[in-house]
Design a protein around this ligand. Structure first.
Ligand code: SAM
Length: 286
C-alpha cells in the first residue's frame, strides 16, 4: 500500500490525470478517496511517488494502468429499476407508445441509449420491461427485438461485468422483485444469477467516454444519462447536454437520475411529466 503522506503535495497531479481520463474532478479534500481507491494500485506499480506513478500511467502504451485507474476512481453504484417512478412511466406509457410507432410504420426500429451504464442493471431493466410487455400482449405484435439498446461506460471492468449479465445474490436482490428473477434469470454456479439470453441480447455494450464525440453512435428515441453528471463540472455538463441533445430524435426523450434536473437547455429540451416522473422531451429542430 502506498504511503500518501509522503507525496501528499503532489495530489493535484493525480487529480488532474483522473480528470483528463474520465472528467471526474476530485480535489485535495478527497485525499481519502485517492488513498482508498488507488493506494494498492500505486503500491503494486512500484512507483516512488505520485509524479512517478503519473509518468508510468502516461507511458504505459497498453493502456492497462490507465484502465485500472479509471475502474478504481469511478463510482459504479447501480441497481435494478433505480428510483422506481420512471420505470412505471416507461412501462405504462413510453415503451408502449414507441411500440405503436413501430406498428404504424412511423419508425422501423427504436433505439435506446444508456450512457454510463455501470454493470448493466439499467439497460437490462429496459430489456426486462420489453419482454414483460411482450409476454402480456402489450406490445401488440411488436417484438422486443425491434428495440435496440446500446449501453456504454468508461470503465472497462464494469463493462465486462455488464456484458456477462451475471449477478451475485446481493446484486440480484437490489431493486429486483422475485417475479423478474424467477422468470428471466437462471441460477448459476457460485450463488449467482444469469440473465437469460433472449433478454441479454437486446443490449449491446461499448466502451465510450462521455468526453468523446457521441454523434457517431447514431440517433436515439430514448436516452438515459443517470447519476453520472453529478460527478462533472458545470461547464462540462453544459457541453455534455448540448451533445446529448444532438443525438436524440425530435420528440425523443432524455431521462436523468432521480436527484438530477436540467434547468438549462430549454431551447432544445422541454420538461414533460409522464405519470409522476420528469422526462426531457427533445424539441423539434427549428
Ligand atoms: C453511479 S454509476 C450510475 C450507473 C447508472 N446510470 C445508474 O444510474 O444506476 C456512474 C457510472 O458512470 C460511469 N462514468 C463516469 N465517468 C464517465 C465518463 N466520463 N464516461 C462514461 N461513463 C462514465 C462510471 O464508470 C459508472 O459506471
Amino acid at each position: 500500500m502506498f504511503d500518501f503522506s509522503k507525496s501528499a503535495h503532489h495530489l493535484p497531479l493525480l487529480s488532474q490525470y483522473v480528470a483528463e481520463a474520465c472528467c471526474i474532478h476530485l480535489g485535495e479534500e478527497k485525499r481519502y478517496l485517492f488513498e482508498a481507491r488507488l493506494g494498492t494500485i500505486i503500491g503494486e506499480s512500484g512507483a516512488r511517488d505520485i509524479p512517478d506513478f503519473v509518468r508510468l500511467a502516461k507511458a504505459d502504451t497498453t493502456g492497462r494502468l490507465r484502465d485500472k485507474i479509471i475502474d478504481a476512481m469511478t463510482t459504479h453504484e447501480t441497481y435494478w429499476f433505480r428510483d422506481v417512478g420512471p420505470w412505471a412511466s416507461l412501462e405504462e406509457e413510453l415503451l408502449p407508445s414507441l411500440a405503436a410507432d413501430l406498428r404504424s410504420g412511423k419508425k422501423n426500429r427504436i433505439r435506446i441509449l444508456c450512457a454510463a451504464c455501470s454493470s448493466g442493471q439499467e439497460p437490462y431493466s429496459i430489456a426486462l420491461l420489453l419482454h414483460k410487455l411482450a409476454a402480456n400482449g402489450r406490445l401488440n405484435g411488436v417484438e422486443p427485438s425491434q428495440f435496440e439498446i446500446l449501453a456504454f461506460d468508461v470503465s472497462p471492468g464494469t463493462l465486462f461485468l455488464a456484458a456477462a449479465g451475471r449477478y451475485s445474490q446481493l446484486e440480484i436482490a437490489r431493486g429486483l422483485p422475485d417475479y423478474w428473477r424467477d422468470n428471466y434469470f437462471d441460477a448459476t454456479p457460485g450463488n449467482t444469477w444469469t440473465l437469460r439470453e433472449p433478454v441479454r441480447r437486446l443490449v449491446s455494450f461499448k466502451r465510450r467516454n462521455l468526453q468523446d464525440h457521441l454523434d457517431n453512435l447514431g440517433m436515439f428515441d430514448l436516452l438515459l444519462c443517470r447519476n453520472v453528471a453529478i460527478y462533472f463540472k458545470e461547464d462540462f455538463k453544459m457541453d455534455l447536454f448540448s451533445r446529448l441533445a444532438k443525438i436524440i430524435h425530435p420528440g425523443g426523450h432524455l431521462l436523468l437520475g432521480g436527484t438530477e434536473s436540467l434547468f438549462t437547455h430549454q431551447d432544445v429540451f422541454e420538461l414533460q411529466r409522464i405519470r409522476n416522473s420528469i422526462f426531457y422531451r427533445r424539441r423539434p429542430i427549428a
